[in-house]
Design a protein around this ligand. Structure first.
Ligand code: UDX
Length: 434
């Protein structure tokens, strides 16, 4: 099947490679000339496990090509739109990129197509896209048949290609049997995972899923503030809770809050959808509030423990919003950097993939090539992202090269007993330490 994917960001690039690996002929499109030039050289501008080598083999097999020209979609039966829907100032999803693509499609489309909306969009957007295309066609005096299909992404950064190749579910919102047939063929390798539903249900499922996961995290994070006050340990509490299959063990890991390109943006967008529909989503409001205050609570705890931070040498280990990505968008670690700067600390930092992006925002930080370099002679260490390189550090040796062995574990990634045995003053999240 000939498939075009419009928008070569995380989602579009990953879907292009995955669809290529599933045997389709893929055309990746983006308006950014530099990006397309980079893809044409086999270089993916993002870090995502498994992507580069698979892209190269697909390019060698001539199974994937790239273009900045939208009119190249002519021979493609399926056009997948994966452009960004960033948050506007009021929290609503900014649909201008998707609307522009719809306009261009209306202008260049000459043959029947199934148009798949992969971008995260508010309920009703598929109808908007449909109207824009129809309007453009009217202007051209043509009527080329097309159907809009909603097919949200559930890719986790750091394992996006795996998620795209072996998804737990594929949600498809469409109305005609023709579209169902095409979508079954598109996902022929994983067709047993498809849930066919209405377009609006499908659009809603994406927001609902992310909002629910964010709720789980904020729930456990708020509870963590309580457990450490009452002599309990949130890790054990979450383990006990998670053994109930109705609750489930995943996304109950307490820490310094969720970040990334999806949860903060999507919860905000869902709140805006609620506002527009005059439905108060008070639980979701609380989820957002807890997430914002969690990092403040953690920073305050740190300051209380240290007395003051003025001129204190402090190391931040981990900068990305989670491990195995180079993405620092909405990363809690950046809020920690803000706090440390405001309080006059001298900060060193290490991250396997996030230092380049962070250094342009925080040039005053001393970026180090290894975690051990970052912690040398420091008076406190903050673990902000649980990269394996950081968690598996030789913490025993590390205790000997710091000025003071004070350790704040923002992800409960380390063993408190072990750390205390090695001489650290350990503070986790929701972990009762005597
Ligand atoms: C998320 C969704 O999981 C994915 O389905 C969707 O399509 C895009 O958004 P992603 O943003 O890549 O994916 O990250 P995810 O692994 O879900 O983690 C999100 C944030 O929550 C991270 O900051 C992570 O550190 C945090 N988190 C996750 C916790 O704090 N505790 C947990 O138990 C789980």
């Amino acid at each position: 099947m000939n498939v075009a994917v419009i928008g070569m960001g995380y989602v579009g690039a990953t879907m292009s490679v995955a669809l290529g690996l599933h045997g389709h002929q893929v055309l990746g499109i983006d308006v950014d000339k530099e990006k397309i030039a980079s893809f044409n050289k086999g270089i993916i501008p993002i870090y995502e496990i498994g992507m580069e080598e698979n892209l190269l083999s697909l390019m060698e097999a001539k199974q994937i090509t790239f273009s900045e020209d939208l009119s190249d979609i002519d021979t493609c039966q399926v056009v997948m739109i994966a452009v960004g829907t960033p948050a506007s100032a009021d929290g609503r999803a900014d649909l201008s990129y998707i609307e522009e693509v719809a306009k261009q499609l209306g202008k260049v489309m000459n043959r029947k197509k199934i148009i798949v909306i992969k971008s995260t969009v508010p309920v009703g957007t598929c109808d908007v896209v449909s109207h824009i295309i129809q309007d453009e066609q009217k202007r051209r005096g043509v009527s080329i048949p097309f159907e809009i299909v909603s097919n949200p992404e559930f890719l986790r950064e750091g394992r996006a290609l795996q998620d795209a190749l072996y998804p737990e579910r594929i949600v498809i919102g469409c109305s005609s049997s023709q579209a169902k047939k095409v979508m079954n063929e598109l996902y022929h390798k994983v067709a047993d995972k498809i849930l066919f539903t209405s377009v609006r249900n499908s659009e809603m499922i994406k927001y609902a899923s992310n909002a629910f996961l964010a709720t789980k995290i904020s729930f456990v994070n708020e509870l963590a503030r309580l457990t450490e006050r009452v002599g309990a340990d949130i890790t054990e509490v979450a383990r006990g809770m998670g053994m109930d299959s109705r609750i489930g063990e995943k996304f109950l890991h307490a820490g310094i809050g969720y970040g990334g390109s999806c949860f903060p943006k999507d919860t905000e967008a869902l709140l805006a959808i609620g506002k527009d529909a005059e439905v108060e989503l008070s639980l979701l409001q609380a989820v957002k509030k807890v997430n914002i205050s969690q990092i403040k609570w953690f920073c305050q705890k740190m300051k209380t423990c240290m007395g003051h931070l003025q001129n204190k040498k402090i190391a931040v280990l981990g900068l990305t919003f989670k491990p195995n990505t180079d993405d620092i968008r909405e990363a809690p670690a950046l809020r920690i950097l803000d706090f440390l700067m405001e309080n006059g600390a001298a900060v060193s930092a290490f991250d396997p993939k996030g230092m380049k992006a962070t250094s342009s925002l925080y040039p005053e930080v001393n970026y180090c090539a290894t975690p051990l370099q970052a912690i040398r002679n420091t008076e406190a260490i903050i673990l902000a992202t649980e990269w394996p390189e950081i968690v598996k550090l030789d913490w025993k040796t590390a205790a000997k090269i710091v000025a003071k062995p004070i350790l704040f574990d923002g992800r409960n990634a380390l063993n408190p007993v072990e750390m205390e045995n090695w001489g650290y003053h350990y503070t986790g999240v929701g972990v009762f330490t005597s």
